[in-house]
Design a protein around this ligand. Structure first.
Ligand code: URP
Ligand code: ZN
Ligand code: ZN
Length: 506
């Protein structure tokens, strides 16, 4: 039996991509389809094309995975697939800057890998994501190799951030290799998860200095891990073992403290800082204050923080599935520019109900994280554009891969969605494309629907049907020294002048 399976797999691998089968079809996910492997010539007619700076009614012509022209009344020859977009928006595919696919975490591994997570993303109009490489025993190169392996399943474009979990003579040298040779331009430092990913302030300072010298963006998970640990102990002593213990043990003040600390240390080093998954108004206020003072700090809103709150954790019928950190509808609480100008991530880090039940008797063992890759574009549109808080042009702003991604311009990658603002979406674990058996947004519905997704010039989502090819996604290298680095040198020079030292004393 085993031999027969191996033979079939070998034949499949040998024949792929020439057969209708593909290398990974035994994944059990019904949307593998090598028919759509070749990018086609596509004309999108008459839609409202939305870019970050303006919108206009125009046609969009795509060839070989690239947008060739954007203007009214484009004429094409026979054999070009024509999509009618009248009355609809034609927008750049979304970019999710914060995901965890195939991540080993808290004694298990996220249920979505680079195939299922990306397929779900494409069904929701996201065409690129940036995932976090976790080092293997502190080794960046081993971590990178592991993620190269995991991402071979990819069916859409992706990039990598990298976590730094220890410090020795090798780590800074490996950071250089990651930036200069491997296309990674951002490193994440965990101030939480005591005993596993958490690092000290001393390491954070070393990391910030190294990031600055490489032009890499330092990112922080800002919660005080020692205090969270203490908060957890306090809850257990009080006999609180259910999922509400998760929220109770990490009040917003602990996120505010760590955010303030990271911001001040970044100011001390004079390097830009990106605070991931901002969930509390305490943290947002710190970021807003730093931005006002001119410091280069970005706060990343995540969809769970926009949509969810903690109340469900107290429901006696509710077991285990906690929001990603401690959502308190952070986006409502401020008019800070961070919600308008930052990219909106998901922190898609999904565990199914069996995995969540690892913590059935102890909330500390519930693997942390929720879904969102497929739901993000719909939920952000419905919550923020439909309500008038932001415009369609605000909606398409992105991380920093412009203009290759995130724009409908001649020369940009053909990652495009056709969005019908008059249609509606519904969310359910029965119809979503993640491998999880639950959906933290179960039962939600709203206005606006991604009707077509084009990724790398291929129509991968149309008529509620996915046609995706494992192995067709490309790794996107990201260069260092993004726009946040403008002016850093001048500020350093001004600082040195202001010291008026060393003083030459006789
Ligand atoms: O806890 C969550 N949401 N994800 C795990 C990794 C992270 O980003 O902290
Ligand atoms: Zn984090
Ligand atoms: Zn995360």
């Amino acid at each position: 039996m085993v031999h027969l399976r191996s033979l079939i797999l070998l034949l499949t691998i040998t024949l792929w991509p020439f057969s209708g089968l593909c290398q990974f079809c035994d994944s059990g996910l019904g949307y593998c389809n090598s028919e759509s492997a070749l990018p086609s010539k596509i004309l999108i007619k008459g839609g409202t094309v939305v870019n970050a700076d303006h919108q206009e009614v125009a046609d969009v012509y795509v060839e070989d995975g690239i947008i060739v022209a954007v203007r009214p009344n484009i004429k094409v020859a026979d054999g070009v697939r024509v999509l009618d977009a009248k009355g609809k928006f034609v927008m750049p595919g979304g970019i999710d800057p914060h995901t965890h696919l195939a991540m080993e975490f808290m004694g298990t591994e996220t249920i979505d890998n680079f195939f299922s997570g990306q397929a779900a993303a494409l069904a929701g109009g996201t065409t690129m994501h940036i995932d976090f490489v976790i080092p293997v025993n502190g080794s960046l190169s081993k971590g990178f190799e592991a993620y190269v392996e995991k991402s071979k399943l990819s069916c859409m474009d992706y990039g990598f951030h990298m976590a730094i979990t220890k410090w020795d003579d090798i780590v800074p040298k490996e950071m250089e290799i990651m930036v200069n040779e491997k296309g990674i331009n951002s490193f994440k430092f965990f101030l939480a998860y005591k005993g596993s990913l958490m690092i000290s302030d001393e390491l954070l300072l070393e990391g910030l200095k190294k990031c600055k010298s490489l032009g890499a963006l330092a990112m922080v998970h800002a919660e005080n891990g020692d205090a969270v640990f203490e908060g957890q102990r306090r809850m257990i002593e009080l006999g609180i073992t259910g999922p509400e213990g998760h929220a109770l043990s990490r009040p917003p003040v602990l996120e505010g403290e760590a955010t303030a600390r990271a911001i001040r240390l970044a100011a001390f080093v004079n390097t830009p800082l990106y605070v991931v998954h901002v969930m509390s108004s305490d943290a947002m206020e710190e970021i807003a204050r730093a931005q006002k003072s001119g410091q280069k700090v970005i706060g990343e809103p995540v969809v769970s923080g926009l949509i969810l709150d903690d109340s469900v954790l107290w429901d006696p019928d509710f077991v285990c599935h906690e929001p990603s950190n401690k959502s308190i509808r952070a986006w409502e609480s401020t008019s800070s520019s961070i919600i308008y100008w930052s990219s909106k991530g998901t922190d898609h880090c999904t565990f199914n109900s069996t995995q969540k039940s690892l913590g059935i008797d102890d909330f500390r063992k519930i693997p942390n994280g929720v879904n969102g890759l497929e739901e993000r574009m719909h939920l952000v549109w419905d919550t923020m554009v439909e309500s008038g808080q932001i415009s369609a042009t605000d909606y398409v702003r992105l991380f920093n891969i412009y203009p290759r991604k995130g724009a409908i311009l001649a020369g940009s990658d053909a990652d495009i969605i056709i969005f019908n603002p008059n249609s509606t979406f519904q969310i359910s674990a029965h119809s979503h494309h993640s491998r999880s058996d639950t959906n933290v947004y179960e039962g939600r519905s709203g206005k606006g629907k991604v009707e077509v997704t084009i990724a790398g010039g291929r129509i991968v989502w149309e008529n509620e049907e996915l046609k995706v090819v494992p192995g067709s996604g490309r790794y996107i290298s990201m260069p260092p020294f993004n726009y946040l680095y403008h002016g850093i040198n001048k500020a350093d020079a001004n600082y040195l002048t202001s010291l008026k030292a060393p003083v030459n004393r006789i």
